[in-house]
Write a protein of this length. Structure first.
Lengths: 256, 256
DNA sequence: CAGTGGTCTAGACCACATC
DNA sequence: ATGTGGTCTAGACCACTGG
């Protein structure tokens, strides 16, 4: 169908987003990623069928398949046999647990926690947050405070910092009106998709304000979870610190 | 080459370890897993080439490839282009960081910590440990205490519980004579391969004994990391509790 | 029924490693 | 030169979904 691998071929006809000498399926993957980022298909919607994509990019279905497999492995896309391949979304997480939530009850019976937004305020980015978010110190940010209640009891206190430029019009009222996970809110209301994150976990002693909110004693040991969340192109779009009571709860992690 | 998918075919000629109606490549994968478990090829050694396996199992090379891809995704095997596919091993971890070690320095420059074994003693499994290890309460276990020194300073205090039956002849002297990671030691000396693990993380206050070893104050917040480690067939073979100073260090986790 | 993703095959060729 | 894994194709058929 195409003359291939006779030299590191000019990747397809159009200039590609991928390194020019990458395998074809990775070039296709990069093109699809660009389309996802450009919201050519929206979260929850199906992308075109493998056959259609194969003809669009003038490659075999098997190559498209490998590209989509790679996207699925990255959780950018979800395959559903007989139905199609769908853009991954955070907006369907009301039924199950949010994908990035690692806090569990010690005794089984996992129920999704309830999120209570305490406060939204504007601020200027401090040096450390600015660096993490790729902003300049003093750039405007939004700072959200929220509590996660498990079975009615407060377990996590989050302080979430967002670049104000990406979340224009975010107010407490608007969040309270939304039904679903916070990342579903970000995705559907502001078009910001959280794709992956890195967390650094430490143990700290509760200060007075935190102890008050979480109903613990001052000085009680808490988990401090510092998260940086990335969107397309590994651009950081959220910095968050969670303080977590681990009396009856824990942070779950799988190694393999 | 073979009549395939005309009914849920009798899986290959020999009875398979896999559910009989699984896709062929998963049946092949299960067979390969059985061979790995049976130590037909040893850690670090190459498994037979795709072509040879294809002829051995009477399937196409592409099917063997999918099976091996799945094994590689599970970290049971490592592919090396031009050389072959090798049984994954913990014994080459002296150069880099042990695969299951998530504790990092806050400031870059990751150096592998030094492991100091404090103590090995025999004991009878308590009820909770017995349950986690699939033993009966009172069954013999080994309990190891060890410290991880980062740059000369103690950071992690581990208490490691092992089924005595699987680690006959484990002594402090023998460990001290071994060069390499602890899992490399288990793998090469006792033939026990740690394949995956699940960790539950909590924040606790340092007790006197721990504070002494880690050089912190009594009551200082520590990370408590409870790990259950599994070998083939998801059989648990290690239970471990790590207590970790997070002053200058943290537990790193990637979400995606 | 038609359309989708999932499996399997067979064969060609490429890239890398080793001798 | 040979052998390994890696990529790509083309086509057949299966399994699931929905009209």
């Amino acid at each position: 169908m195409r003359c291939r691998h006779s030299g590191p071929l000019p990747p397809l006809s159009a200039p590609s987003a991928a390194p020019s000498f990458a395998p074809l399926y990775l070039q296709i993957k990069a093109l699809l990623e660009k389309s996802l980022e450009a919201r050519e298909w929206r979260p929850g919607e199906p992308i075109p069928s493998e056959i259609e994509l194969a003809s669009r990019y003038q490659v075999s279905q098997g190559t498209v398949r490998k590209a989509i497999d790679a996207l699925a492995a990255d959780n950018l896309v979800v395959r559903r046999q007989g139905k199609g391949t769908f853009v991954a979304t955070h907006t369907e997480e009301r039924t199950s647990l949010p994908r990035f939530l690692r806090i569990r009850r010690n005794e089984g019976g996992d129920v999704a926690p309830v999120s209570r937004l305490l406060d939204v305020r504007r601020a200027k980015a401090a040096a450390d947050v600015a660096r993490l978010l790729g902003l300049k110190p003093g750039d405007p940010v939004l700072v959200l405070k929220r509590v996660l209640d498990y079975a009615g009891a407060p377990v996590v206190l989050d302080e979430i910092t967002l670049p104000a430029a990406l979340f224009r019009g975010l107010t407490k009222a608007r969040y309270d009106a939304y039904r679903g996970s916070m990342y579903g809110f970000f995705e559907s209301q502001f078009g910001v998709r959280m794709l992956k994150a890195q967390e650094r976990i430490r143990a700290v002693a509760a200060d007075a304000a935190t102890a008050e909110v979480l109903g613990t004693e001052v000085g009680a040991p808490l988990l401090a979870v510092d998260r940086v969340t990335l969107t397309y192109g590994d651009r950081p779009v959220e910095v968050r610190r969670g303080l977590c009571v681990t009396h009856g709860y824990h942070y779950l992690n799988d190694l393999y």
